[in-house]
Design a protein around this ligand. Structure first.
Ligand SMILES: NC(=O)c1ccc[n+]([C@@H]2O[C@H](COP(=O)([O-])OP(=O)(O)OC[C@H]3O[C@@H](n4cnc5c(N)ncnc54)[C@H](OP(=O)(O)O)[C@@H]3O)[C@@H](O)[C@H]2O)c1
Length: 299
C-alpha cells in the first residue's frame, strides 16, 4: 500500500509560538457547495492529512458573500469549522481576518473602522466557539495613496493585550503598512494575493518578510488572477511540462512553486472537493529542480 503523503512533507514554520505545517487549508470555498456534510468531511480529512493551519473569516458565507454563489440556508465557514473540528485539537491554528466586511444580501464590501473591529473579533469567537483567536489578520482595502493602519492595528493590539487574540497579522498590505504595524505590535504573517502567474509587485515584500522572520501566506495561489472566479483549466506550457515530468497535476505544480518561494511561505489552497484536497496536500512532497523553477519563472 502506498505511503500517504501528509502536510508534514512541506516542513514547518512557526507563527509566533505556534508551529504549523507549511501546507495549510483555506476555508473560503467550503461554503460554496450546498452539501454541508461534504464541507465537514473536507475539513476533517484536512486535519487527518496533517493540516494544522486553517485560514478563515467570519465573512466567508454562502449564499452571497465573497463568492457570490450558492443557494440554500446560510453556511458560514467559521461555523462549519466548529461543527467539523470542535473540540479543537491543541496543535490546530485557526487564522481569521477582520477589517473587511461583505453584506451577503447586497454583495457589497466595506472596510471596518477601529470601533467595529472588536465586534468582528467577537463574531469570530462566537462562530468558531473559542475563548481566544490564534491569529487575526487585519485585512485592509489597499489604496493607491499612502494610508495608515495604525489606528486599526492598534485596536487589534489592544484586543491582543486583553487576551482575546494570540497573534496578529496583516492582509492585502504593502511594506509601508508592515513597517507601521511593527512599531505597534509583533506581526507574525502577511497574507497577500500572489500566484505563479499573478506575482504583481510581491517578490520584494516576500523577501523582506523572510528577512524579518514573518510568514508570507499567499491567497489565490491556484486561482491566480481569476480570484473568486476560481481555478482555470488553461495552465501554461511550462506548468504542464513540469506536471508531466513529476506525474503530478498542474494545481500541484502551482502549489509546489508557491512553497519553493521561501521557507517562510505557507500555502492555504482552498477547495470544497475532497479529491482536490488530497491532491493539494500531496503537493507538499513535490520538489522542483532549479531548472524547473527557472522555466516556471520565465513563463
Ligand atoms: N486575505 C484575503 O483577502 C483573502 C482573499 C481570498 C482568499 N483568502 C484565503 O485564501 C484561501 C485560498 O483562496 P481560494 O480558496 O479562493 O483560492 P485558491 O486556493 O487559489 O483556489 C481555489 C480554486 O481552485 C480550485 N481547486 C482547488 N484545488 C484544486 C485542484 N487540486 N485541482 C483543480 N482545482 C482546484 C477550487 O475549486 P474546488 O473547490 O472545486 O476545488 C477553486 O476554484 C481562501 O480559502 C481563503 O481562506 C484570503
Amino acid at each position: 500500500m502506498p505511503i500517504e503523503i501528509t502536510a508534514a512533507a512541506a516542513g514547518r514554520w512557526t507563527l509566533g509560538d505556534r508551529p504549523v505545517h507549511r501546507m495549510g487549508f483555506g476555508s473560503m470555498r467550503i461554503t460554496a457547495h450546498p452539501d454541508r456534510d461534504r464541507a465537514l468531511r473536507v475539513l476533517r480529512r484536512a486535519v487527518e492529512l496533517g493540516v494544522d493551519h486553517i485560514d478563515t473569516a467570519a465573512f466567508y458565507v454562502s449564499p452571497g458573500g465573497t463568492l457570490k454563489v450558492g443557494t440554500g440556508p446560510a453556511r458560514y465557514a467559521t461555523e462549519l469549522i466548529r461543527a467539523a473540528l470542535a473540540p479543537y485539537p491543541e496543535h490546530l491554528v485557526i487564522a481569521t481576518k477582520v477589517g473587511f466586511r461583505s453584506d451577503p444580501a447586497t454583495g457589497t464590501h466595506e472596510e471596518a473602522g477601529p470601533a467595529q473591529l472588536r465586534a468582528q473579533v467577537e463574531e469570530n469567537l462566537r462562530r468558531l466557539g473559542r475563548d481566544h483567536l490564534d491569529l487575526v489578520n487585519l485585512r485592509i482595502v489597499k489604496r493607491p495613496t499612502p494610508d495608515s493602519v495604525a489606528e486599526r492595528f492598534g485596536a487589534l493590539a489592544e484586543l491582543r493585550d486583553a487576551g482575546l487574540i494570540r497573534h496578529l497579522g496583516l492582509s492585502n498590505v504593502r511594506l509601508d503598512h508592515l513597517d507601521e504595524a511593527q512599531t505597534i505590535a509583533p506581526v507574525v504573517c502577511v497574507q497577500n494575493n500572489y500566484a505563479l502567474d499573478n506575482r504583481g509587485d510581491q517578490d520584494a515584500l516576500i523577501r523582506e518578510c523572510g528577512a524579518r522572520g514573518i510568514a508570507y501566506v499567499p491567497f489565490f495561489a491556484l486561482a491566480g488572477g481569476n480570484r473568486e472566479g476560481g481555478a482555470r483549466a488553461d495552465h501554461s506550457a511550462a506548468v504542464r511540462a513540469v506536471a508531466r515530468a513529476h506525474d503530478a497535476t498542474s494545481a500541484q505544480v502551482r502549489l509546489a512553486w508557491t512553497l519553493h518561494q521561501g521557507p517562510h511561505v505557507l500555502a492555504i489552497p482552498g477547495t470544497g472537493d475532497p479529491a482536490h484536497l488530497a491532491e493539494n496536500v500531496a503537493a507538499a512532497a513535490l520538489r522542483l529542480t532549479p531548472d524547473e523553477l527557472a522555466a516556471l519563472d520565465q513563463q
